[in-house]
Design a binder for this molecule. Sequence first.
Ligand code: U5P
Length: 209
Amino acid sequence: MSKVIIMDHPLIQHKIGIMRRKTTSTKEFRDLVSEVAMLICYEATRELPLADIEIETPLVKTIAHEIAGKKLCIVPILRAGLHMADGILNLIPNAKVGHIGLYRNEETLEPVEYFCKLPVDADEREIFVVDPMLATGGSASAAITLLKNKGISKIHFLCLIAAPEGVKRLTELHPDVDVYIGALDERLNEHGYILPGLGDAGDRIYGTK
Ligand code: U5P
């Protein structure tokens, strides 16, 4: 069964509240995507295993800790996921980044793949798939299926806002994937937009509308 973790931290709620306002500027919105992604990533990496290493402080030898085992890889779903990846890279600068390009067929609302480029050793890495909005769940599910078809197994999904419909679809199709959500909203409208949501995340990040 997937773990579904909905953030209740006041900083995340406060920042998402600003993002929802239609008067929030493109620059402010973009900065907030990056900040909230960082805060969600902090929670999503809580269970990463640590290894002990011996180091020397200026005073004595001691045991310090470093993240052990698998290295990390962030996989933004283009294009809205890109800015989440930038935020997460502030916390995990050594992570590799893969890209998956999907667009949503506006009639069927189903995702269509147009790009996929992953690190060669992606199957040895812990993967964090990121997309600001989990709406129907079609894009996230398709991206994760694509990764699994390439032999990748340790996958987490991070989003800023999710609709219950998307959470249901993703967790039913991929019960092995843990889902980290900034805020869980009410529902989708007839065009597949999240309500109350924040509109089209890509357009708001890049100022294209
Ligand atoms: N999307 C939004 N805002 C919404 C709903 C969807 O920006 O309110 C975009 C996201 O950019 C995401 C994609 O990449 O649609 C997810 O849609 P879905 O495949 O989950 O339906």
